[in-house]
Design a protein around this ligand. Sequence first.
Ligand SMILES: *[C@@H]1O[C@H](CO)[C@@H](O)[C@H](O)[C@H]1NC(C)=O
Ligand SMILES: *[C@@H]1O[C@H](CO)[C@@H](O)[C@H](O)[C@H]1NC(C)=O
Ligand SMILES: *[C@@H]1O[C@H](CO)[C@@H](O)[C@H](O)[C@H]1NC(C)=O
Length: 406
Amino acid sequence: MMSLQASSNLTACLALVVLTYSHHALAETTNDQANTAQSTGICYAAEIMHGYKCQEYDVTTADGYILSLQRFPQGKTGGSNKQPVLLQHGVLVDGMTWLFNPANQSLALILADNGYDVWIANTRGTRYSRRHVSLDSSNPDYWDWTWDALVAHDLPATIDFVYEQTGQKLHYVGHSLGTLVALTSFSEGKHVDKVKSAALLSPIAYLNHMTTALGVLAARAFVGEITTIAGFAEFNPKGEPVANFLKVLCLDPQVNCLDLITALTGKNCCLNTTTVDLFLKNEPQSTATKNLVHLAQSKLTIRDGRLAKYDYGSTDFNQKHYGDSQPPVYNLSNIPHDLPLFLSYGGQDSLSDVKDVEKLLDNLKLHDVDKINIQYIEDFAHSDFILGTTAKDIVYNQIMAFFKRH
Ligand SMILES: *[C@@H]1O[C@H](CO)[C@@H](O)[C@H](O)[C@H]1NC(C)=O
Ligand SMILES: *[C@@H]1O[C@H](CO)[C@@H](O)[C@H](O)[C@H]1NC(C)=O
Ligand SMILES: *[C@@H]1O[C@H](CO)[C@@H](O)[C@H](O)[C@H]1NC(C)=O
């Protein structure tokens, strides 16, 4: 029935955690090591595993988070139009998620081979973006944020940086939470002068119909019984508090924790087992527990089905933070009607449910018809858009054709 983005994320997280625990030694690099290590992991994968040139950059947000960005300035084959493209991953994963497939199935490398200047973002709190100008990631204050902060700080810092480095407007590709932060930003009129177009895969805005049992449970836990995990500002899927939290959720007979990827993301049609193994060795990544609470709010405390900023839980606190007893609403109908948008969604996606996507599309119904492309793929679920073996033929070729038109 319903789900929440939060719940979905949470669910994914949980699933991943459990899987990670049961089938793999804990990830080779702990988060603390990653703090001090050079953020070479993604470039290492691109250069050593795939043979692509890669550059590392740091970007500091207005609120002090130091984010790592990787750039593939050229491919191994193909043209050199050098049009920048920024790839933004979803929640509980990081930029590595674009590199688990063979090169000719990985969106980032396909774009590089087609002459694009490819930039990979890494959200605050993930292993290569855990530095801050003054806060250590072991400090709970480091984790005092929700996706509102990604809208307010991470996305602007990243887009401005790519724009300044390249002197060009960029194309944007987002998956999952990477679509939510873009849609809400655009609805506030942000970045539309620096973004040529946006491709949104498994778009999430509304989470009312999320179908994952685990997601729904997690959402309830986050909104109603946060005590389970209270005191843990960092939601670290590889940590013990989260594992315990998941164990409790998995006691529910409706939740099949043995196949959590399916339980969380839907029946993906086209995953390669080698790719899934690699995925599970690398992901999931930490996020702020508060971020998951915010996502859970959008499912369970839905006010007229609106999409809103973080609810502090009392009219007094909201008044203090927002000058209003209710959190401000993000109105997606305000996305500029001439901003080129490509949306691709799947019929088996239990996080980005078809009914929720339809609600999003309803918000976009006044969009200029020649500026919007909508693709529906009956047998795709949430992960197929990034990891699916057929995604190049079905989705990525369409994205590149769309970029060429805009
Ligand atoms: C699955 O991944 C492996 C390793 O990257 C690759 O060699 C193989 O060709 C892939 N299989 C398919 C069907 O794409
Ligand atoms: C990817 O490359 C492999 C060989 O490296 C080839 O067999 C396969 O057909 C290619 N797939 C696509 C989608 O081009
Ligand atoms: C969103 O904006 C549209 C037009 O700008 C307006 O008609 C609609 O009532 C707004 N929705 C909300 C929930 O504020």
